[in-house]
Design a protein around this ligand. Sequence first.
Ligand SMILES: C[S@@+](CC[C@H](N)C(=O)[O-])C[C@H]1O[C@@H](n2cnc3c(N)ncnc32)[C@H](O)[C@@H]1O
Length: 293
Amino acid sequence: MPNNILTSPLRYPGSKSSLTDYIAAIIEENLLSGCTIYEPYAGSAVVSLEMLQRGYAQNAVLVERDPLVYAFWRAVFSCGEELCEKIKELEVTIETWDQFQRFRAIDDPAGHSILELGLAGLFYNRTNFSGIIGAGPIGGYSQSSNYRIDCRFNKARIIQQIRDLQHLKNRVSVIFSDALEFMKKYEEEIENGFSFVYIDPPYYTQGKRLYRYYYDDYDHQRLAEYILSKQFPWLLSYDDHPVIRKLYARAPLQPIYVDYSAKTSRRGNELLISNLVIPPLSLDSPKCEIEAC
Ligand SMILES: C[S@@+](CC[C@H](N)C(=O)[O-])C[C@H]1O[C@@H](n2cnc3c(N)ncnc32)[C@H](O)[C@@H]1O
């Protein structure tokens, strides 16, 4: 079992890799170490994978609505070595980008090869601008820029990351579903289990630009109504927007801002909400800041 901190093979828009220490602290503070972590908007799944790797969670349930992202995770944990072989053979070219377009048209993975879909998911994630699966290729269609389509596709590294994840395969479930439907369907199991639910829905403002599946106002409202009525331990992260603040205003919650992007000077752009005790963060930390409220 590798001791190094896992990194997800996906370069994901809105990845919460910088929040993992904080989330680990929340789990620990609330005596939830060893829980099953549910991540109903999985994306890069970096939070669940790190909680597993670092012993804060015993099991993880990853739920994702984008068929290509879902299939990638499913392939990693059900046929990881075959996926690695496919990656080795893959030609990272604009021709492959074109050929794989047929996979982007699929809305439901049922009846399709998980291996092919998962490979396509990884391919678009690592060849498109900012890892956005619905975007265009790095370097543009003409490939006339200095940055080419394969500049983020380090095969050896990706394969190593997938192999490093294999020791977790019996502890991870990957489910294709709408997040809210999933939580409602498995509510009893979540409620009665030793559970922690980390909810990172599509951003309110940028969701449509970043993800192929995103929420409108009604969806954000339905999520708020549902989650605010739940007793199981949950943590939610959002972009800080007045609409989101209003949706969660009636909850006795402590908003916390985290500048999780160490690479930029952005501050106070994220909102964390939870029905758990939020551990104090070091105000010396360059990344985190608690709002007094
Ligand atoms: C903000 S991103 C999650 C990022 C993730 N926490 C990370 O660290 O990489 C939101 C994710 O929700 C997915 N998504 C969008 N609509 C969904 C839905 N109705 N049900 C489940 N997942 C959905 C998107 O495809 C995207 O992967």
